[in-house]
Design a protein around this ligand. Sequence first.
Ligand code: HH2
Length: 278
Amino acid sequence: MSRIWICGDFELSLETPLVMGVLNVTPDSFSDGGEFDDPLVARTHALRMIAEGAHIIDVGGESTRPGSKEVSPAEEISRVRPIMTSLADEIAVPLSIDTRHAEVARAAVEAGASIVNDVAGFRDPEMVAVALGASAGLVVMHMLGEPKTMQEEPRYDDVVDEVRGYLDRQAQALVRAGVAPERICVDPGIGFGKTLEDNLALLRSLPEIADLGFPVLVGTSRKRFIGEITGVTDPRGRLGGSIAAAAWAAAHGADIVRAHDVADTVCAVQVAVAIKGE
Ligand code: HH2
């Protein structure tokens, strides 16, 4: 049976891994803050990522980098709505809203988003209400605590067991609330309250996370753990490490990889899939 992820009017085939292109319309994202906060520049970048092969465009109006400060939902909406409205009717790939605020998710869905990517993993009952009131695909991500404090000595007894258990509980809670399981995707949340060893253990254990039966999304692009391994401090210089991590993820159970550098990531995934030979 073919595997699909239902996202509003889109039925995404997961026969081969998909690439989710990142569009941060923020002044302060960790690797591209301020680059795309002008709506026209953001639009051009989204169209470019689609031309490069992105299967999904993930729009974020709040940075969730370690230590970041929360943005008010009104401010976040004012950042994401113009780009959503400008792209939604024109492009043939789903738009995703990267937010932990129900108000923002609701406004984005009204403006044409087909995926709600909640880095807080649908802990907020209001977010569950948004999920129930829409037909959008849902990304349930694991984050320890909140961005402001998540990297202050994160600690787990067994990181894989705890993250996997959390994703299962949150996804099953959505199903019990009435969400169709085909709409749900899970994400271990690389870098969200995790040490280097935690991130590596989770990447090694993607098949166990995939065993939960939901599509798996993995975001490693330009992240700090790549800098910790390679010594590359500028996130923009982490392309090689990002490509290696995306290829690893695609070969070991990820259905969707989230990336800033779409053209190179698409090629990396194609090569990983060809070597795997399935
Ligand atoms: N990572 C980031 C943001 N959103 N969503 C999912 N599902 N998975 C991730 O790994 C993930 C995510 C962080 O990256 P970025 O958006 O580039 O940075 P910032 O939060 O600083 O805007």
